[in-house]
Unconditional design. Structure first.
Length: 452
């Protein structure tokens, strides 16, 4: 069998491992990489020589790198590449009968029905990680992957019928996806990824596939305070369970986290290690979901007392001269920057800006104007736009144009006072100055750690 692998990232490489060396391969990618396998009589590789525009894949105009994939017996594509494929192959083309993704293969081959899928605009990684840890703490065998963790084809053969699977599912993976998990969880939805989707309706249409194919035996969990999440949950034929409202997990006036129609106290928010009021939403989403599987209050509380969050999500880096430095590089939208700012009562020095995702910054700037922000460093393509909006609000303590992370961190240190927080939460994607959000966060942490 000849297999085309379209996109040589984590998922493409996982598909290559899954199918094994006995097949022929045509590996295609939008740009050259240094980790391609060696070309042989069984492995051919195609890519575009020129540097592509920074951003999510599917933004190239030269589609010649896809030549020959239709002649293969099977096409496994990375979900972000789908927009390119749709330009070449109409929906009724025979191509799509052979085309698949890692997620399609996983849902078709996995031996358990106990699959939980978590989506939303932000908080998916934190919520799904919390959920997996809670179920493990309660004694369940759990496999964790999807958009974070392990690629799904790396563990699909390990899953037993009684095991549980927790998947973080991004909009790209849900786009025109024909399967839904047994338990779907939708967090807050905002305008996101409009550099890939033509409009918000296309984005929400993708998200709705989390619930659209559920049966009456399934469960749809959603953020009760979010109209968009509540709306797409109604696509489910299963049981609808809100969180932040009874019977799901919610907070009482004393800060106790309760769950169930007959309230059971799990923990007080003062005992939760995660920073930020926004993370209470993620806690309640994870608790509500875990409660559908097993009711183990103390097991869940143990996790909440110890879990401090994921890398690049409000991650504490160090304290120097009574100034605390935090890496929130994963936050790539104005909304995530807003909640990061709200997580700290201390005066702040902010690093904002990057590549443009087509999102508005007005509400973020209004939040900055009413917050304790001492200084703002704006970087990247969106930097001038953000700086201009800040000045309309009377904020002039701005540094513009820095391109090197060491210089950015040094400038932040120069403006920070004892008791302040330096916060990298850029409200923008990372492309251009950095390879991705991980590279940006790692460079920030490295620059902070070498300060003396």
């Amino acid at each position: 069998m000849k297999i085309a692998i379209v996109g040589w990232g984590l998922e493409g490489q996982s598909a290559y491992r899954y199918f094994g060396s006995e097949h022929e391969y045509l590996i295609v990618n939008e740009e050259p990489r240094n980790d391609f396998p060696k070309k042989t009589d069984k492995i051919d590789i195609q890519f575009i020589d020129e540097l592509r525009t920074p951003g999510v894949t599917s933004n190239v105009s030269d589609l010649s790198y896809l030549k020959g994939i239709k002649d293969c017996d099977k096409i496994v594509y990375t979900p972000t590449v789908r927009k390119n494929l749709e330009k070449l192959f109409p929906q009724n083309d025979s191509f799509w009968q052979k085309a698949t993704t890692n997620q399609h293969i996983f849902f078709e081959e996995v031996k358990t029905k106990n699959i939980i899928g978590v989506t939303g605009s932000k908080g998916k990684g934190t919520t799904s990680s919390l959920l997996a840890l809670m179920l493990e703490s309660a004694g369940k065998k759990v496999h964790f992957g999807g958009n974070v963790g392990r690629p799904v084809l790396d563990f699909v053969k390990e899953v037993a019928p009684s095991d549980w699977v927790v998947l973080e599912l991004a909009n790209f993976q849900l786009y025109k996806f024909p399967y839904s998990p047994h338990i779907g969880v939708c967090l807050m939805l905002t305008h996101e990824h409009l550099d890939w989707h033509p409009d918000i309706d296309d984005y929400l249409e993708a998200k709705s596939n989390l619930f659209r194919h559920q049966t009456k035996e399934d469960v749809a969990i959603y953020f009760a305070s979010d109209k968009l999440a509540a709306k797409i949950a109604t696509y489910s034929k299963g049981k609808l369970v809100p969180y932040y409202r009874s019977p799901g997990a919610r907070l009482d006036s004393h800060g106790n986290v309760l769950i169930g129609e007959e309230p059971v106290k799990i923990i007080n928010k003062s005992e939760i290690k995660l920073l930020g009021e926004h993370n209470l939403q993620n806690v309640c989403a994870a608790l509500t979901t875990a409660w559908q599987v097993t009711k183990s209050p103390e097991a869940f509380a143990r996790v909440l007392r110890t879990f401090s969050g994921l890398e690049h999500r409000l991650e504490f880096v160090r304290e120097l001269e009574s100034v605390k430095y935090y890496d929130d590089s994963f936050g790539t939208t104005p909304d995530t920057a807003k909640v990061a700012i709200q997580a700290f009562s201390e005066p702040k020095v902010l690093v904002l800006g990057g590549s443009d995702k087509g999102l508005p910054y007005e509400e973020l700037v209004e939040e900055i104007a009413k917050s304790k922000v001492r200084h703002v460093i704006t970087i990247g393509i969106t930097g001038p736009k953000i700086a201009k909006l800040l000045r309309t609000q009377g904020i002039n303590n701005i540094t513009e144009g820095l391109q090197n992370m060491s210089d950015i961190v040094a400038e932040a240190r120069n403006h920070a006072h004892a008791g302040d927080v330096v916060l990298l939460s850029t409200a923008s994607a990372s492309f251009g100055l950095f390879k991705d959000y991980k590279d940006r966060g790692n460079q920030f942490k490295k620059a902070v750690k070498v300060l003396t």
